[in-house]
Design a protein around this ligand. Structure first.
Ligand code: SAH
Ligand code: TYD
Length: 387
């Protein structure tokens, strides 16, 4: 596989970096994770292509996340909030606007700059146990440490856990959310599997992991974003009452088999079936002379395009609203990325919904596409032409 977010120009094709994308399951600790990892510096740098604020739905989601943190977890007189992986400030700004002490930690310099331009307090570095010691020295300990779609990105999770422990006040909480393994299994959303996502967490794996660091999960809240995520609230052991939701979710995970290897054998078969069906539909559309365009040059689409073998003769180009991706080509498959305006100017017969996790937001704004006779092709949870 190529780097999922490495949208590139033709003169870069020759030197494109590839690695083996392979996922493992540990029967001992129930962690699902990549076997071979790409060094973080190759992924997160000064031209990182993912800007959080491209989705209005996510903007609302993070405003609500910040509201909840303020109401439930910031009770001290002058609270201090830290966000790991704060990107363009989509969530952090809600703490800043309230005048609260805040700090974002964001290694990708271009997206960190967007937050800095809004006068948010951000340092552009990778979070680690060493950085955490420096923050304690310079700014003191935190009431809450937050992370969205970032914990699963950090290969050295043990260093993160130790860093968090030394950075949190005794009664402080770590609250983070990531795509949930239960949803990946249930929906066969294999496109969540790519270089940045080193881990695919379940409550089983997260509980065991933090237990080993003297911490425990005190609450969980499923989230209807990014195709199904789980928010975990974690405190030092005996740091808070454990919600009944934790016990119920552990039982649910056992019922769907997240603690057993057979589940992943069957996931693997479902993924192969999904690939075969998608490629058959695309070939059929090509035979019928239909013009297919991709919608959303997501990181996830890199897995789909390269795993299924989707070529520019099957999908002409991909429409995306992110300026840094436009005019470039998709990683590996080298499908051109065009601005959203070109989608509106010349509707295709079929739009392949790569940004399926934003389906509600997209369907609401693309009514005219359907009215003009266009159809959607989706592949999660199943391969289907809609419209
Ligand atoms: N929280 C945002 C961004 C998610 S993308 C959202 O949910 O939309 C993941 C972000 O984590 C990227 O901006 C990346 O640069 C950052 N990141 C990756 N490794 C990190 C690390 N070790 N410490 C802090 N941030 C990291
Ligand atoms: P997203 O699915 O959030 O993330 P990932 O890269 O982690 O898979 O990416 C959404 C992409 O789709 C992003 O490049 C912006 C683009 N997009 C559009 O082009 N139009 C839209 O209406 C939305 C919501 C996203």
């Amino acid at each position: 596989m190529p780097i999922a977010n490495n949208f590139l120009f033709p003169d870069e094709f020759r030197d494109e970096f590839f690695y083996e994308l392979k996922v493992g399951y540990c029967e001992g600790c129930h962690m699902v994770q990549l076997v071979e990892r790409v060094e973080p510096e190759r992924l997160f740098h000064d031209h990182y292509a993912f800007y959080s604020s491209t989705s209005s739905r996510m903007a609302r989601h993070f405003e609500a996340f910040a509201d909840e943190v303020c109401q439930k977890y910031l009770r001290s007189p002058d609270p201090f909030v830290i966000e790991i992986g704060s990107n363009d400030g989509i969530m952090l700004k809600h703490f800043a606007h309230r005048g609260l002490r805040h700090l974002g930690i964001e290694p990708s310099k271009n997206v960190a700059q967007v937050a800095l331009d809004q006068h948010l307090d951000v340092i552009s570095e990778f979070f680690s146990v060493d950085l955490s010691a420096e923050i304690v020295r310079k700014r003191g300990k935190a009431d809450a440490i937050l992370g969205a779609n970032v914990m699963c990105h950090i290969p050295n999770l043990h260093s993160v856990a130790e860093g968090i422990k030394q950075l949190l006040k005794p009664e402080g909480v770590l609250i983070f959310e990531d795509p949930y393994l239960g949803d990946i299994v249930e929906k066969t959303s294999y496109d969540q599997i790519y270089d940045e996502h080193v881990f695919y967490f379940s409550l089983h794996s997260i509980s065991g992991f933090f237990e080993g660091h003297g911490m425990e999960v005190i609450d969980i809240v499923p989230q209807d974003v990014h195709g199904g995520s789980m928010r975990y609230v974690i405190a030092r052991k005996n740091g808070g009452r454990i919600s009944d939701r934790v016990k119920t979710q552990l039982a649910k995970e056992r019922a769907i088999g997240l603690d057993r290897p057979e589940t992943f054998d069957s996931l693997s078969r479902n993924i192969e079936r999904s690939r075969d069906e998608l490629i058959a539909v695309l070939r059929d559309l090509k035979t019928k002379g239909k013009r297919v365009v991709g919608y959303g040059a997501t990181s996830k689409s890199t897995t789909v395009i390269n795993y299924c073998g989707i070529t520019p003769d099957l999908v002409q180009h991909i429409s995306d609203t992110t300026p840094i991706k436009q005019g470039k080509y998709s990683p590996g498959g080298h499908i051109p990325i065009r601005p959203y305006e070109s989608f509106c100017a010349d509707y295709p017969d079929v739009a392949l919904l790569f940004a399926w996790n934003h389906a509600d937001e997209i369907m609401a704004k693309e009514k005219r596409f359907l009215e003009s006779g266009g159809k959607w092709l989706t592949y999660i949870p199943k391969v289907e032409v809609i419209g």
